[in-house]
Design a protein. Structure first.
Length: 120
């Protein structure tokens, strides 16, 4: 068994056996990491890598948007959806404008949401 295959198997097992709260925190971690990497790539003027990282962050936010339960979550779910929508569109705008400040703003929101989940 090669090392890359073993690592991928470990990652798959870690994700599929993790409790829901842990999965949510892992998604926030990945989103924050991708925004940080996008900022670094943007500073280095690497447009392709910036775009790749921002698309990954957008996909994570999209997943959060798609899994909200409006029946159970009510106003909280609607407010979260509005925030996620703002962040999603902000990532697109930051990518177009190469706006590191906008990325930092969205990164802070992601960090705050992650910390909230940590306290639950």
């Amino acid at each position: 068994m090669n090392q890359a295959y073993a690592r991928q198997a470990y990652e798959n097992n870690r994700v599929t056996t993790a409790p829901q709260k842990k999965l949510i925190i892992m998604l926030y971690d990945a989103g924050i990491k991708n925004i940080k990497l996008a900022k670094l790539s943007m500073e280095e003027k690497d447009i392709e890598r910036t775009n790749t990282y921002l698309i990954k962050a957008q996909n994570i936010i999209s997943e959060f948007m798609n899994t909200l339960n409006f029946d159970l979550g009510g106003d909280i779910a609607r407010d979260l959806y509005a925030l996620y929508d703002y962040m999603y569109k902000g990532l697109i705008r930051a990518n177009i404008d190469k706006d590191i400040d906008k990325l930092s703003e969205i990164e802070r929101y992601m960090e705050e949401l992650r910390e909230t989940w940590m306290q639950i």
